[in-house]
Design a protein around this ligand. Structure first.
Ligand SMILES: NC(=O)N[C@@H](CC(=O)O)C(=O)O
Ligand SMILES: [Zn+2]
Ligand SMILES: [Zn+2]
Length: 348
Protein backbone atom coordinates (compact mmCIF):
# COMPACT_ATOMS: atom_id res chain seq x y z
CA UNK A 1 0.00 0.00 0.00
CA UNK A 2 1.23 3.44 -0.87
CA UNK A 3 2.49 5.85 1.76
CA UNK A 4 1.24 8.84 -0.14
CA UNK A 5 -2.27 9.81 -0.99
CA UNK A 6 -3.07 12.69 -3.32
CA UNK A 7 -6.66 13.88 -3.43
CA UNK A 8 -8.46 16.61 -5.27
CA UNK A 9 -8.80 19.33 -2.61
CA UNK A 10 -11.72 18.42 -0.32
CA UNK A 11 -14.42 20.68 1.12
CA UNK A 12 -16.09 20.52 4.52
CA UNK A 13 -19.88 20.47 4.17
CA UNK A 14 -20.54 21.11 7.89
CA UNK A 15 -18.34 23.16 10.18
CA UNK A 16 -18.69 25.53 13.15
CA UNK A 17 -16.19 28.39 13.00
CA UNK A 18 -17.86 30.43 15.80
CA UNK A 19 -17.17 34.17 15.81
CA UNK A 20 -14.92 36.93 17.13
CA UNK A 21 -11.37 36.27 18.28
CA UNK A 22 -11.58 32.51 17.75
CA UNK A 23 -11.98 32.94 13.98
CA UNK A 24 -8.24 33.48 13.68
CA UNK A 25 -7.76 29.87 14.81
CA UNK A 26 -10.82 28.07 13.46
CA UNK A 27 -10.56 29.58 9.97
CA UNK A 28 -6.83 28.82 9.71
CA UNK A 29 -7.42 25.20 10.73
CA UNK A 30 -10.17 24.70 8.16
CA UNK A 31 -8.37 26.59 5.40
CA UNK A 32 -5.24 24.49 5.60
CA UNK A 33 -7.11 21.56 4.08
CA UNK A 34 -10.46 22.58 2.69
CA UNK A 35 -11.20 24.70 -0.36
CA UNK A 36 -14.68 25.61 0.87
CA UNK A 37 -16.85 24.96 3.87
CA UNK A 38 -20.52 25.14 4.74
CA UNK A 39 -20.52 27.48 7.73
CA UNK A 40 -23.02 26.60 10.43
CA UNK A 41 -25.15 29.58 11.50
CA UNK A 42 -25.69 28.76 15.20
CA UNK A 43 -24.12 31.93 16.57
CA UNK A 44 -25.74 33.93 19.36
CA UNK A 45 -27.80 35.57 17.93
CA UNK A 46 -28.01 33.24 14.93
CA UNK A 47 -27.48 34.12 11.25
CA UNK A 48 -31.09 34.76 10.23
CA UNK A 49 -30.97 36.66 6.95
CA UNK A 50 -28.78 37.66 4.02
CA UNK A 51 -27.46 40.76 5.81
CA UNK A 52 -26.30 38.83 8.85
CA UNK A 53 -24.79 36.18 6.58
CA UNK A 54 -22.96 38.86 4.61
CA UNK A 55 -21.45 40.42 7.74
CA UNK A 56 -20.44 37.03 9.15
CA UNK A 57 -18.94 36.00 5.82
CA UNK A 58 -16.86 39.16 5.79
CA UNK A 59 -15.53 38.44 9.30
CA UNK A 60 -14.52 34.96 8.14
CA UNK A 61 -12.81 36.27 5.00
CA UNK A 62 -10.94 38.81 7.13
CA UNK A 63 -9.67 35.99 9.37
CA UNK A 64 -8.13 33.97 6.53
CA UNK A 65 -4.38 33.45 6.63
CA UNK A 66 -2.47 35.55 4.09
CA UNK A 67 -2.77 34.06 0.61
CA UNK A 68 -5.64 31.69 1.53
CA UNK A 69 -8.43 31.25 -0.99
CA UNK A 70 -10.69 29.42 1.46
CA UNK A 71 -14.31 30.14 0.57
CA UNK A 72 -17.03 30.23 3.24
CA UNK A 73 -20.42 29.03 1.96
CA UNK A 74 -23.07 30.64 4.14
CA UNK A 75 -26.19 29.16 5.70
CA UNK A 76 -29.32 30.74 7.18
CA UNK A 77 -30.66 29.60 10.55
CA UNK A 78 -34.36 28.82 10.20
CA UNK A 79 -36.65 30.15 12.92
CA UNK A 80 -40.42 30.08 13.31
CA UNK A 81 -40.39 33.50 11.69
CA UNK A 82 -38.22 32.88 8.60
CA UNK A 83 -40.24 34.18 5.65
CA UNK A 84 -40.21 33.21 1.97
CA UNK A 85 -38.83 36.74 1.37
CA UNK A 86 -35.87 36.01 3.67
CA UNK A 87 -35.18 32.91 1.58
CA UNK A 88 -35.45 34.73 -1.75
CA UNK A 89 -33.18 37.56 -0.59
CA UNK A 90 -30.63 35.05 0.69
CA UNK A 91 -30.67 33.14 -2.57
CA UNK A 92 -30.23 36.38 -4.53
CA UNK A 93 -27.12 37.19 -2.48
CA UNK A 94 -25.23 34.42 -4.27
CA UNK A 95 -23.30 33.42 -1.14
CA UNK A 96 -26.07 31.75 0.89
CA UNK A 97 -26.31 28.14 -0.22
CA UNK A 98 -28.60 26.56 2.33
CA UNK A 99 -30.83 27.03 5.36
CA UNK A 100 -30.56 24.96 8.50
CA UNK A 101 -33.29 23.40 10.57
CA UNK A 102 -32.40 23.16 14.24
CA UNK A 103 -35.31 21.81 16.28
CA UNK A 104 -35.50 24.25 19.22
CA UNK A 105 -33.44 22.90 22.10
CA UNK A 106 -31.83 20.04 20.14
CA UNK A 107 -28.20 21.16 20.34
CA UNK A 108 -25.72 23.97 21.03
CA UNK A 109 -27.28 27.42 20.42
CA UNK A 110 -30.57 26.06 19.14
CA UNK A 111 -32.81 28.10 21.44
CA UNK A 112 -34.00 30.22 18.51
CA UNK A 113 -34.66 27.09 16.46
CA UNK A 114 -37.90 25.79 15.01
CA UNK A 115 -40.58 24.83 17.56
CA UNK A 116 -42.79 22.99 15.06
CA UNK A 117 -41.64 21.86 11.62
CA UNK A 118 -44.96 22.93 10.08
CA UNK A 119 -44.10 26.55 10.88
CA UNK A 120 -41.32 26.56 8.28
CA UNK A 121 -43.36 25.04 5.46
CA UNK A 122 -43.71 28.43 3.67
CA UNK A 123 -39.93 28.86 3.88
CA UNK A 124 -39.35 25.30 2.64
CA UNK A 125 -41.66 25.91 -0.28
CA UNK A 126 -39.64 28.98 -1.26
CA UNK A 127 -36.41 27.01 -0.86
CA UNK A 128 -37.63 24.25 -3.16
CA UNK A 129 -38.65 26.91 -5.67
CA UNK A 130 -35.38 28.85 -5.75
CA UNK A 131 -33.13 25.83 -5.30
CA UNK A 132 -31.78 26.39 -1.80
CA UNK A 133 -30.78 23.32 0.18
CA UNK A 134 -32.31 22.34 3.52
CA UNK A 135 -29.78 21.14 6.10
CA UNK A 136 -31.20 19.26 9.05
CA UNK A 137 -30.06 18.57 12.60
CA UNK A 138 -32.26 15.50 12.82
CA UNK A 139 -33.12 14.87 16.45
CA UNK A 140 -36.36 15.23 18.34
CA UNK A 141 -36.22 17.05 21.65
CA UNK A 142 -39.08 15.54 23.66
CA UNK A 143 -37.94 14.72 27.18
CA UNK A 144 -39.43 11.22 27.14
CA UNK A 145 -37.40 10.14 24.09
CA UNK A 146 -34.11 8.47 24.96
CA UNK A 147 -31.10 10.46 23.77
CA UNK A 148 -29.88 7.45 21.76
CA UNK A 149 -33.22 7.20 19.90
CA UNK A 150 -33.73 10.84 19.01
CA UNK A 151 -32.39 10.60 15.47
CA UNK A 152 -34.52 7.60 14.54
CA UNK A 153 -37.66 9.19 15.99
CA UNK A 154 -36.93 12.39 14.05
CA UNK A 155 -36.86 10.41 10.81
CA UNK A 156 -40.19 8.75 11.58
CA UNK A 157 -41.98 11.83 12.88
CA UNK A 158 -40.57 14.62 10.72
CA UNK A 159 -38.05 13.88 7.99
CA UNK A 160 -40.14 11.32 6.13
CA UNK A 161 -43.01 13.81 6.02
CA UNK A 162 -40.85 16.76 4.89
CA UNK A 163 -39.23 14.79 2.10
CA UNK A 164 -42.64 13.55 0.89
CA UNK A 165 -44.20 16.98 0.99
CA UNK A 166 -41.29 18.72 -0.80
CA UNK A 167 -39.94 16.15 -3.28
CA UNK A 168 -37.93 18.73 -5.25
CA UNK A 169 -36.24 20.22 -2.15
CA UNK A 170 -32.65 19.11 -1.73
CA UNK A 171 -32.12 17.91 1.82
CA UNK A 172 -28.89 17.12 3.65
CA UNK A 173 -29.38 14.99 6.74
CA UNK A 174 -26.46 16.36 8.76
CA UNK A 175 -23.99 14.36 10.85
CA UNK A 176 -25.89 11.07 10.66
CA UNK A 177 -25.15 8.62 13.47
CA UNK A 178 -27.34 5.56 12.97
CA UNK A 179 -27.98 2.69 10.60
CA UNK A 180 -31.56 3.96 10.48
CA UNK A 181 -30.37 7.27 9.01
CA UNK A 182 -28.17 5.47 6.48
CA UNK A 183 -31.12 3.39 5.38
CA UNK A 184 -33.42 6.39 5.16
CA UNK A 185 -30.96 8.27 2.95
CA UNK A 186 -30.25 5.28 0.75
CA UNK A 187 -33.88 4.62 0.05
CA UNK A 188 -34.84 8.28 -0.44
CA UNK A 189 -34.70 10.10 -3.78
CA UNK A 190 -31.53 11.57 -5.29
CA UNK A 191 -32.47 14.87 -3.62
CA UNK A 192 -31.58 13.48 -0.18
CA UNK A 193 -27.96 13.19 0.97
CA UNK A 194 -26.06 13.10 4.25
CA UNK A 195 -22.86 14.26 5.86
CA UNK A 196 -20.83 11.94 8.08
CA UNK A 197 -18.27 13.13 10.62
CA UNK A 198 -14.84 11.59 11.19
CA UNK A 199 -15.60 11.03 14.87
CA UNK A 200 -18.74 9.02 14.17
CA UNK A 201 -16.69 6.84 11.78
CA UNK A 202 -13.85 6.31 14.24
CA UNK A 203 -15.71 5.96 17.53
CA UNK A 204 -18.76 4.57 19.25
CA UNK A 205 -20.25 5.14 22.69
CA UNK A 206 -17.84 2.71 24.36
CA UNK A 207 -15.01 5.11 23.56
CA UNK A 208 -16.88 7.82 25.45
CA UNK A 209 -18.09 5.80 28.43
CA UNK A 210 -15.94 2.72 29.16
CA UNK A 211 -13.22 3.11 31.79
CA UNK A 212 -14.26 6.67 32.62
CA UNK A 213 -16.39 9.38 31.09
CA UNK A 214 -14.56 11.28 28.35
CA UNK A 215 -16.16 14.65 27.73
CA UNK A 216 -14.21 15.36 24.55
CA UNK A 217 -16.11 12.55 22.82
CA UNK A 218 -19.43 14.10 23.76
CA UNK A 219 -21.22 15.60 20.78
CA UNK A 220 -24.72 15.69 19.38
CA UNK A 221 -26.10 13.55 17.98
CA UNK A 222 -24.37 11.44 20.63
CA UNK A 223 -22.06 8.55 19.63
CA UNK A 224 -24.13 5.39 19.23
CA UNK A 225 -23.43 1.67 19.65
CA UNK A 226 -20.85 0.00 17.42
CA UNK A 227 -23.33 -1.53 14.94
CA UNK A 228 -24.30 2.02 13.99
CA UNK A 229 -20.64 2.99 13.62
CA UNK A 230 -20.27 0.02 11.25
CA UNK A 231 -23.29 1.15 9.23
CA UNK A 232 -21.78 4.61 8.86
CA UNK A 233 -18.46 3.12 7.74
CA UNK A 234 -20.32 0.99 5.21
CA UNK A 235 -22.10 4.07 3.86
CA UNK A 236 -19.04 6.33 3.72
CA UNK A 237 -16.90 3.74 1.97
CA UNK A 238 -19.68 2.46 -0.31
CA UNK A 239 -18.96 4.90 -3.11
CA UNK A 240 -22.58 6.14 -3.01
CA UNK A 241 -22.73 9.79 -4.01
CA UNK A 242 -25.36 10.48 -1.33
CA UNK A 243 -22.75 10.49 1.44
CA UNK A 244 -20.09 13.16 1.86
CA UNK A 245 -17.66 14.77 4.23
CA UNK A 246 -18.89 17.12 6.95
CA UNK A 247 -16.65 17.33 10.00
CA UNK A 248 -19.08 19.04 12.38
CA UNK A 249 -15.90 20.38 13.95
CA UNK A 250 -17.42 22.28 16.88
CA UNK A 251 -14.96 23.86 19.32
CA UNK A 252 -15.84 24.61 22.92
CA UNK A 253 -13.29 25.97 25.39
CA UNK A 254 -11.61 23.34 27.58
CA UNK A 255 -13.37 24.50 30.76
CA UNK A 256 -16.77 24.30 29.06
CA UNK A 257 -16.20 20.65 28.07
CA UNK A 258 -14.48 19.49 31.27
CA UNK A 259 -17.38 20.49 33.50
CA UNK A 260 -20.23 19.03 35.54
CA UNK A 261 -22.48 19.90 32.59
CA UNK A 262 -20.18 19.83 29.59
CA UNK A 263 -20.98 21.24 26.15
CA UNK A 264 -21.56 19.06 23.08
CA UNK A 265 -19.05 19.23 20.24
CA UNK A 266 -15.73 17.72 19.08
CA UNK A 267 -12.89 19.78 17.62
CA UNK A 268 -11.50 17.97 14.60
CA UNK A 269 -10.73 20.66 12.00
CA UNK A 270 -7.02 20.72 12.91
CA UNK A 271 -6.60 17.16 11.54
CA UNK A 272 -9.86 16.46 9.77
CA UNK A 273 -8.77 14.79 6.56
CA UNK A 274 -6.11 12.86 8.49
CA UNK A 275 -8.83 11.41 10.76
CA UNK A 276 -11.03 10.48 7.81
CA UNK A 277 -8.04 8.79 6.15
CA UNK A 278 -7.62 6.62 9.24
CA UNK A 279 -11.26 5.61 9.18
CA UNK A 280 -11.14 4.71 5.48
CA UNK A 281 -7.83 2.89 5.92
CA UNK A 282 -9.34 0.69 8.64
CA UNK A 283 -11.82 -0.48 6.02
CA UNK A 284 -9.14 -0.88 3.33
CA UNK A 285 -11.05 1.77 1.41
CA UNK A 286 -8.56 4.60 0.94
CA UNK A 287 -9.45 4.45 -2.76
CA UNK A 288 -12.96 5.65 -1.82
CA UNK A 289 -11.82 8.66 0.21
CA UNK A 290 -11.41 11.14 -2.62
CA UNK A 291 -14.97 10.80 -3.92
CA UNK A 292 -16.40 11.08 -0.39
CA UNK A 293 -14.24 14.07 0.52
CA UNK A 294 -13.96 15.95 -2.77
CA UNK A 295 -16.58 14.88 -5.35
CA UNK A 296 -19.92 14.02 -3.76
CA UNK A 297 -20.35 17.26 -1.79
CA UNK A 298 -19.94 19.76 -4.62
CA UNK A 299 -21.91 17.49 -6.95
CA UNK A 300 -24.83 17.41 -4.51
CA UNK A 301 -24.72 21.17 -3.97
CA UNK A 302 -24.46 21.82 -7.71
CA UNK A 303 -21.09 23.54 -7.37
CA UNK A 304 -17.91 22.89 -9.36
CA UNK A 305 -15.35 20.54 -7.86
CA UNK A 306 -12.07 22.07 -6.72
CA UNK A 307 -9.22 21.94 -9.21
CA UNK A 308 -6.09 21.82 -7.03
CA UNK A 309 -5.07 18.96 -4.76
CA UNK A 310 -3.64 17.99 -1.37
CA UNK A 311 -1.28 15.21 -0.40
CA UNK A 312 -1.31 13.06 2.72
CA UNK A 313 1.72 11.05 3.82
CA UNK A 314 1.65 8.06 6.14
CA UNK A 315 3.76 9.46 8.93
CA UNK A 316 2.97 9.33 12.64
CA UNK A 317 2.68 12.51 14.66
CA UNK A 318 1.26 13.40 18.03
CA UNK A 319 -1.78 15.61 18.29
CA UNK A 320 -1.28 18.61 20.60
CA UNK A 321 -2.77 18.46 24.12
CA UNK A 322 -4.51 21.78 23.52
CA UNK A 323 -4.82 24.34 20.77
CA UNK A 324 -5.41 28.08 21.09
CA UNK A 325 -9.03 29.20 20.70
CA UNK A 326 -9.08 32.99 20.83
CA UNK A 327 -7.89 33.82 24.35
CA UNK A 328 -8.90 30.35 25.59
CA UNK A 329 -7.85 26.85 24.64
CA UNK A 330 -9.59 23.86 23.10
CA UNK A 331 -8.76 20.20 23.64
CA UNK A 332 -8.88 18.68 20.16
CA UNK A 333 -10.21 15.20 19.49
CA UNK A 334 -7.28 12.75 19.88
CA UNK A 335 -5.33 15.23 22.06
CA UNK A 336 -1.89 13.90 22.99
CA UNK A 337 -2.40 10.75 20.92
CA UNK A 338 -0.86 9.52 17.70
CA UNK A 339 -2.29 10.25 14.29
CA UNK A 340 -1.32 8.02 11.37
CA UNK A 341 -1.50 10.47 8.47
CA UNK A 342 -0.01 13.90 7.98
CA UNK A 343 -0.97 16.57 5.49
CA UNK A 344 1.96 17.78 3.39
CA UNK A 345 2.17 21.53 3.84
CA UNK A 346 2.01 23.41 0.61
CA UNK A 347 5.22 24.52 -1.03
CA UNK A 348 5.21 28.28 -1.52
N1 LIG B 1 -22.37 18.76 17.16
C1 LIG B 1 -22.32 19.26 18.35
O1 LIG B 1 -22.24 18.49 19.32
N2 LIG B 1 -22.34 20.59 18.58
C2 LIG B 1 -22.52 21.63 17.61
C3 LIG B 1 -23.94 21.79 17.18
C4 LIG B 1 -24.43 20.73 16.24
O2 LIG B 1 -23.89 20.52 15.16
O3 LIG B 1 -25.44 20.07 16.55
C5 LIG B 1 -22.00 22.96 18.22
O4 LIG B 1 -22.32 24.02 17.68
O5 LIG B 1 -21.29 22.90 19.23
ZN1 LIG C 1 -26.18 19.49 14.68
ZN1 LIG D 1 -22.77 20.90 13.71
Amino acid sequence: MSDRLTLLRPDDWHIHLRDGAVLAHTVADAARTFGRAIIMPNLVPPVRNAEEADAYRQRILDARPVGSRFEPLMVLYLTDRTSPEDIRAAKASGFVHAAKLYPAGATTNSDSGVTNVDKIFPALEAMAEVGMLLLVHGEVTRGEIDVFDREKVFIDEHLTRVVQRFPTLKVVFEHITTGDAVQFVQSASANVGATITAHHLLYNRNHMLVGGIRPHFYCLPILKRNVHQEALLDAATSGSNKFFLGTDSAPHAKHAKEAACGCAGCYTAYAAIELYAEAFEQRNALDKLEAFASFHGPDFYGLPRNTDSITLVREEWTAPATLPLGDQEVVPLRAGEKLRWRLLEEQA
